[in-house]
Design a protein around this ligand. Structure first.
Ligand code: HEC
Length: 414
């Protein structure tokens, strides 16, 4: 690759202004390679589901599995194991999505990018998003959504380039190098106003507030799938390993192979309630501290489409088949959340040690109170506020607090 002379971030119409930024080029350090073949995890019961038409894409809304067929989105009812078509448009309105191209995650819901526009789920229906007026859905190559309400922002990759949309303001994010515009392949959000742009095997971070960009990784192989973890880590399933970039800028490559061996191709990656699932080496596997544990054999080497619902069950599009792996179990405060809090949190917060505010994180009534619960989740995911526990004491990853996220998604059972 040509050496980078300069990296310029052109942020047209940033808060109504046009800013050109030049960032001195600094080649990124080589990523840390994490080796180790898959270990064998549990072997959950496997069953085949019969969707109403062959499933093409999997997604999640309100904690429930959704399957997109050619032109219809279906909701899976776990109690009855049946699929129901999600109606499109407002009640009484006759509307169609047209051919579905992508499904994208949206805090508790999802986006459907289809030829007829960009749709989002609301109260069990699919509504055409106002975004469709400004963006031609046909041109959308990738869509990533972060935050909720007034904080919601979208990073869109279209055939034209990358746009960040927030509070109705569309900001073009153009990166150029040595005076030449880079063609973005993919953009994703990291946290408010910060994102990542992949271009021709190079990964760049972009900070729209500080108006800076940084070269984070080079030599990223072809990307099969992308997902963002609840802790802001971006995962890229590539033809040579799983590349990850944490919110703090650490780039790792999970090879799923022994040291010195060629990294395995990763067909898919998904994140759900703190957990990271991959399709690699003929298995569905869960990434853990110790490496990755496979728990479901795949018939198709190119299995594409993995989802995990709020109950913890795993769904995989294995070639033409939609398979359910019964990894789920109910999560309760007493059995799961309380032990987590006692292990990681209460020693400060029940006593006020280390100048901590006093509240009882071992109490169901306290932790399930909605406003306080939102604070707990914000501090666990370090979303806009410093992480808990304080990082000098203990650093948790999203798989550590997955149980708390699932408990919330499952309706906070006592
Ligand atoms: C080493 C002591 C310590 C541990 C362990 C610890 N905290 Fe904290 N926590 C603090 C301190 C000090 C503050 C106040 C400063 C701040 O907000 O960062 C705080 C603040 C908080 C707040 C903000 C309260 C508010 O009203 O804004 C929440 C929520 C919280 N902690 C939850 C947790 C959770 C959940 C855990 C375990 C995963 C945890 N803490 C573990 C020391 C600790």
């Amino acid at each position: 690759m040509r050496p980078l002379a300069a990296l310029v971030l052109l942020c047209a119409a940033c808060d109504g202004r046009i800013d050109d930024m030049v960032v001195p080029a600094e080649p990124p350090p080589a990523p840390t390679r994490i080796d180790g073949a898959l270990t064998t995890g549990s072997t959950p019961a496997r069953s085949e589901l019969a969707p109403l038409e062959p499933g093409l894409l999997l997604g999640l809304a309100s904690g429930a599995l959704h399957v997109a067929g050619a032109e219809t989105l279906y909701r899976f009812d776990r109690e009855t194991s049946t699929f129901t078509a999600v109606p499109v448009g407002e009640v009484g309105e006759s509307m169609r999505t047209g051919p579905v191209r992508h499904l994208a995650r949206r805090s508790a819901g999802l986006f459907v990018v289809a030829e007829g526009g960009i749709f989002h789920d609301a109260m069990g229906r699919l509504l055409r998003s106002p975004l469709s007026q400004n963006i031609s859905a046909v041109d959308v190559r990738a869509l990533d959504d972060l935050g909720e309400g007034a904080d919601e922002e979208l990073w869109l990759t279209t055939t034209d380039g990358v746009d960040r949309v927030r509070a109705g303001v569309k900001t073009r994010v153009d990166l150029s190098m040595s005076g030449a515009l880079l063609a973005p392949d993919l953009a994703a959000a990291v946290e408010s106003g910060k994102g990542l742009v992949l271009s021709n095997g190079n990964l760049f971070s972009v900070d729209l507030g500080a108006r800076t960009a940084k070269w984070e990784a080079q030599g990223v192989p072809a990307v099969n799938a992308v997902a963002r973890g609840d802790d802001g880590t971006l995962y890229l399933a590539t033809t040579k390993g799983l590349w990850s970039r944490t919110r703090t800028g650490v780039v790792n490559v999970y090879s799923f192979a022994a040291a010195g061996e060629e990294p395995k191709a990763v067909a898919d990656v998904t994140t759900a309630f703190g957990e990271v699932l991959v399709a690699v080496d003929g298995q569905v596997a869960e990434l853990t501290h110790a490496g990755a544990a496979g728990f479901g054999a795949l018939a198709s080497p190119k299995a594409k489409g993995i989802a995990r619902d709020a109950n913890g069950d795993t769904f995989v599009l294995d070639g033409p088949k939609l398979v359910k792996l019964a990894t789920g179990r109910a999560v309760s405060f007493e059995a799961d959340v309380k032990p987590f809090m006692v292990q990681h949190c209460t020693r400060c917060h029940t006593t006020g040690a280390e100048y901590s505010p006093v509240f009882d994180l071992a109490s169901y009534a306290v932790v399930s109170e909605p406003a306080f619960n939102a604070k707990v989740i914000q501090r666990l995911t370090a979303n806009g506020r410093g992480p808990m526990p304080p990082p000098d004491v203990e650093v948790l990853t999203s798989s550590d607090y997955a149980v708390v996220l699932r408990w919330v998604a499952g309706g906070m059972q006592p």
